[in-house]
Design a protein. Structure first.
Length: 317
């Protein structure tokens, strides 16, 4: 178990660099010596060396060269683990050296609660202020670490749809607000609310990649068609062809229902199904409780392995 480091530190060991970027320790040591990179703390490297190694991986294989900058985590059905995966994704991507902006659209504020240390004791602006009060987007951003920022959420986000419904070209308002700050980031990840809302439609219009998180049970599987229909309406109305990935979550190979649900996803949606299947793992609960990356809680857990694989997959899509 490893719990001394926090994702906000953006400090990696050589073994972490090996795990994330696939180079050997001797290669990393040679680069370190040849380019004069020093440890930030004992056996820990900071953002400069992390970015150097990531750039080497991009040059070698184009991995980590983000092609879909604005990514949405979504599902009309709640309880599928969407915000957990969304939070773990942005934590790990920021640890890998990418400059990341997380945007929480959900009034339940699960992503905000995961990333802010004391969300109930803070006053902050949300996407409501940017969309409805026309506050500059930059004013709504809170810095979390050297590589991760957030536009948090609160209960006032519930009111957004009421205001949006009366506005002209309402579906593109979020995209316009994101465009104000997009150049400052390598990745923008949006966590949506579990409804078919005007705000979610804004997120789909703004997105380059829509990640549909689906727990491996038949209630969630049956809701996939509704989710895909919503995206298809966006495609028809805006003459787009949104990239979609279905992420199987909470998979349990000992559960017959879980096996059958995953089989159905593979049969019906094989062309858009993620290669990474995120397994049910109790370490996710520990990571949620500690507001930290599952990789730093227990890098040997199946949950940590799956999040590393998923992060690599989504960044490379």
């Amino acid at each position: 178990m490893e719990n001394k480091r926090h994702y906000k530190d953006v400090l990696l060991k050589k073994i972490d660099l090996v795990t994330f970027f696939g180079f050997t320790k001797p290669t990393l040591y040679t680069w370190q010596c040849d380019n004069g990179f020093e440890e930030k703390q004992k056996n820990l490297f900071g953002i400069d060396y992390i970015n150097f190694v990531r750039q080497k991986r991009i040059e070698k294989s184009n991995e980590f060269e983000v092609k879909n900058k604005i990514q949405v985590f979504s599902n009309i059905k709640g309880g599928v683990g969407k915000s957990t995966l969304s939070s773990q994704y942005v934590m790990l991507a920021s640890m890998m050296g990418l400059k990341v902006l997380a945007i929480d659209l959900d009034a339940q504020s699960h992503l905000t609660n995961q990333l802010l240390d004391n969300p109930n004791n803070e006053e902050f602006l949300t996407i409501y202020d940017a969309l409805i009060n026309n506050v500059p987007t930059s004013k709504c951003i809170k810095k979390l670490s050297e590589t991760l920022d957030i536009i948090p959420s609160s209960l006032k986000n519930v009111k957004i749809d009421t205001h949006l419904i009366t506005q002209v070209k309402r579906e593109v308002r979020l995209l316009k607000k994101i465009n104000e700050i997009s150049d400052n980031y390598d990745l923008i990840s949006i966590d949506t609310n579990p409804t078919d809302s005007e705000l979610n439609k804004n997120a789909y219009v703004a997105s380059d990649l829509i990640n549909i998180v689906c727990s491996t049970d038949f209630l969630a599987f049956n809701g996939l068609k509704l989710m895909l229909d919503s995206v298809e309406v966006i495609n028809e109305n805006y003459n787009t062809n949104k990239n979609i990935t279905i992420i199987p979550n909470m998979y349990d190979s000992r559960d017959g229902s879980s096996l059958r649900a995953l089989g159905a996803m593979s049969s019906y949606y094989s062309d858009i199904l993620a290669k990474t299947i995120v397994r049910k793992n109790t370490t996710f609960r520990d990571a949620t409780e500690q507001r930290n990356s599952i990789y730093l809680i227990n890098k040997r857990s199946s949950g940590a392995k799956d999040i590393v694989d998923l992060t690599k997959e989504l960044l490379s899509k």
